[in-house]
Write a protein that binds this ligand. Structure first.
Ligand code: GLC
Length: 553
């Protein structure tokens, strides 16, 4: 049966079909040589992204921040952190990207600020019940002297979700809520002053010319009335993707905020877009985020979380197209980002690994690297054939695995500290990229410094090595993206085909796409002309953990 059409004609609303490349600025390219990537570094590599063929880039936060959570803790939403450059560097990046036909999305972090934000500093100095405190979520504690937190919520990064403050008179006082680190106090989004401030921040970046925003923790901004107790199941993913009725995730009140922002973006020309980070239990619920007057896209985390299983993968693709198509929105597709184990490792894990846990030297179920890479390449080969918009995370086009052996002393994810090393967290997917095999820090900069150590074996995955190898992951991605554009695969629908229980098989016009998720080869039959193979193989039998695009003569 044909799936619902993606509702767009070629040429309109770029975000419906775009291939969007996520840049994690601190690990992309480092022009200053201090070991942390920066905006001039990004600008210097735009030609490589043009060559890869992406339509847009999403920049993870580069705004002023003490970097307690790698920039997801902002002190000034209208400036660039000196670590990453200046506003002038940003303007130059934007102009250079636009000159190459590449759109630019910036990351907006509205759920919380840094504790160093001027508003939070004012709140600490002000009295309980003051307008300064009302911008955040301050509450009196429980117990005789308020010594117990207001409820039992647990932070995504481990430990409690409340921190007690010392009042101006030197005595222990109220508590404030932080879904993430204690240095990331949550705003109170029922407060009109907070709403107005963020409208103004949106306009600040829209006026500079950005094409849209990735909205951080979009599902966390409204908390249930009365802040009722809640304890997640012990094996839950830390961002709440699998759970229903969580008082701080996916509350209905968030929709009003997105509608408001939709109107702000609509004041500007050129199809500006909002892409929400929303970890929700079902695709039906996720689709509500992208009704016509709300966000334009939301990340498809149910797709990302799907294991290497043909029936599950078919189901999530079908359900995604139905759920998003049902509200007139494009489905998005994503396999990796800066918060999850890289998919060239994740798809071959042999033990449970909830999101946010990470993999380190002592983890169980570590993946076989060759199996992981094959599955990763096959998964991307399927993803880039699907209608809608696809997100690529920097480094996946090189087939990079998770860095699993980072020595403890280098770890920086607050998860690692807040769980006393019980959870490794996300550093393993954030290691600086290898550009040139035979250069200091593999060409990440020219000083050899790197804020997280790069594994030696990454020399073989450096961009210059892969660029000259026709069978590299880089050349696979280039080919997939080029053909995706040529054949306008972002538009339209798909027709399912039957290639057996262990296959994911569908047709896009005359293009056949088959992935083998089983353990036996799948014979593709007569007259096959391959356009892409995720790995080289001879004949017409598709090996296990491989995918192909082909037409039939
Ligand atoms: C989002 C970001 C993540 C960050 C968290 C808190 O989930 O993707 O990296 O730690 O929000 O801002």
């Amino acid at each position: 049966m044909a799936q619902l059409e993606q509702f767009a004609a070629p040429g309109s609303e770029w975000w419906r079909t775009a291939v969007i490349y996520q840049i994690y600025p601190r690990s992309f390219a480092d022009a200053s040589g201090d070991g942390i990537g920066d905006l001039p570094g990004v600008t210097s590599r735009l030609d490589d992204l043009k060559d890869l063929g992406v339509d847009a880039i999403w920049l993870s936060p580069f705004m002023t921040s003490p970097q307690k959570d790698a920039g997801y803790d902002v002190t000034d939403y209208r400036d660039v952190d000196p670590l990453f450059g200046t506003l002038a560097d940003f303007d130059e990046l934007l102009a250079q990207a636009h000159a190459r036909g590449i759109r630019v999305i910036v990351d907006l972090v509205p759920n919380h600020s840094s504790d160093q934000h001027v508003w939070f500093q004012q709140a600490l100095k002000a009295a309980p019940g003051s307008p300064e405190r009302a911008r955040y979520i301050f509450r009196d504690g429980k117990g005789e002297n308020g010594e117990l937190p207001p409820n039992n919520w647990e932070s995504v990064f481990g430990g409690g979700m409340w921190e007690r403050v010392i009042e101006a008179d030197g005595t222990p006082g109220q508590w404030y809520l932080h879904i993430f680190d204690a240095t990331q106090p949550d705003f109170d989004w029922t407060n009109e002053e907070v709403r107005e401030e963020f409208r103004s921040i949106l306009r600040f970046w829209l006026d500079r010319g950005v094409d849209g925003f990735r909205v951080d923790v979009a599902h966390g901004m409204i908390k249930a009335d009365g802040l009722p107790d809640y304890m997640p199941p012990t094996d839950a993913d830390s961002m709440g993707g699998g759970e229903d009725d969580v008082p701080y995730w996916g509350q209905d009140g968030v929709h009003e905020i997105y509608r408001d922002w939709h109107e702000v973006l609509a004041e500007y020309d050129g199809d500006r877009a909002l892409a929400g980070e929303a970890w929700l239990p079902t695709l039906e619920k996720t689709a509500l985020w992208v009704r016509p007057d709300e966000m334009h896209q939301t990340f498809n985390f149910p797709y990302l979380m799907t294991h290497w299983d043909a029936a599950d993968l078919r189901a999530v693709i079908r359900d995604s197209l139905d759920a998003f198509g049902g509200v007139g929105a494009p489905s998005t597709w994503v396999l990796s980002n800066h918060d999850v184990v890289r998919h060239a490792s994740r798809l071959a894990l042999t033990a449970d690994n909830p999101q946010g846990e990470g993999i380190g030297p002592k983890s169980a179920g570590k993946p076989d690297p060759a199996v992981g890479l094959s599955r990763g390449r096959a998964a991307s080969t399927v993803m880039l054939a699907l209608p809608g918009s696809a997100y690529i995370y920097q480094g996946e086009e090189l087939g990079l695995p998770e860095a699993m052996e980072i020595p403890d002393e280098f770890r920086q994810d607050p998860t690692w500290f807040r769980t006393n090393g019980e959870r490794y967290g996300r550093d393993g997917c954030r290691v600086p990229l290898p550009w040139t095999a035979d250069a200091p820090a593999f060409g990440f900069n020219d000083t050899g410094l790197s804020w997280l150590p790069q594994p030696d074996e990454w020399a073989a995955s450096a961009r210059d090595v892969e660029a000259s190898d026709p069978d590299s992951t880089l050349n696979l991605y280039r080919r997939l993206i080029a053909l995706r554009h040529e054949r306008e695969l972002g538009y339209g629908s798909l027709v399912w085909e039957d290639a057996g229980a262990n296959a994911v098989a569908f047709r896009r016009g005359d293009l056949h796409v088959v992935a083998n998720l089983g353990t036996e080869p799948i014979e593709l039959g007569e007259g096959v002309e391959f356009l892409v193979r995720s790995e080289p193989f001879a004949g017409t039998a598709l090996p296990p953990d491989t995918a192909a695009w082909f037409i039939r003569a």
